[in-house]
Design a protein around this ligand. Sequence first.
Ligand code: BG6
Length: 309
Amino acid sequence: KQEGVSFEGVILSNAQFECTIYAFGAHVASWRSLSDLEVFKTKPEFLFVSKKAILDGTKPIRGGIPICFPQFGKLGECTNQHGFARNATWEFVGSEVDEEKVLAKATFTLSSTEKTMKEFPYKFKLNYTVSIEKEFLNTKLEVINEDEKAFEFTTALHTYFGAKSITDIAVKGLNGVRYTDSLEDGKKCVEGEEEIRFDKEVDRIYRRNVALVDKERLEIIDRVWEDKGVLSQHTRGVAMTTKNLNDAVVWNPWIDKAKSMGDFGDEEYKEMVCVEAAAIDEPVKVKPGASWIGEQTLEAVINLAHFSV
Ligand code: BG6
């Protein structure tokens, strides 16, 4: 929250986690453990939000989970990069928590308006459900075509993960997956390596075309907690699985790009990495009256005994 800016949104909690969602952008801006993470000597927050993020609704929030719709980047007719959904105030539909405090969820909705029709000339309705269940965060985007014509869109759940130190971060799970490098005008077609490490600007679209499930999940591992000798005890991370969001964008702005962004601190590139669940390579087609659902599930893995580091 920013001084002088009133917060409109929902704070969800179950017995283990708390999650903050702004109505502006239906934007998840925090997902944190309520338990003591003293062993990791870190904040229990798993997402990154810039200290310079604008929270008054004049600009998308820099961090958390922006929703890119109806286009990723500049891949569409919208004047706003990444579409207009992250720039709009969504309507809060409702929230619920079960009695055992295992599952808590909230739903937001956004419908087409005259303004959105100028950029994306179709009637649509979006439903976005955020749920926390035990140590899982699930974000589910439903796109309903309410028009008489079919439409196409690209999308991403543009998650900013927090890092203690970017050079200790590893992203795993994209071995052998072809990617295009957005820093080379998307021309280069290369295959992903065993693990992605960061020592320069990275901006890639991995074109998986298959869902990220079970053993094919992505792992974002913060190795800073490695303790030589007891390796797996002191590493924390997040595992990502998806449904219908088969591409993955990996982005870190590094030094120069960080300096060029007004709502991002010059040094903050060291504290984050974006790993985005996306549908880019094959735009999603939705027939009149039909709908599509894309989902991302993040698992906070605090005791990483089952991570192979
Ligand atoms: C990433 C893109 O998804 O988002 C990058 O791959 C882009 O190219 C980044 O710089 C941030 O975009 P924005 O519009 O939030 O500054």
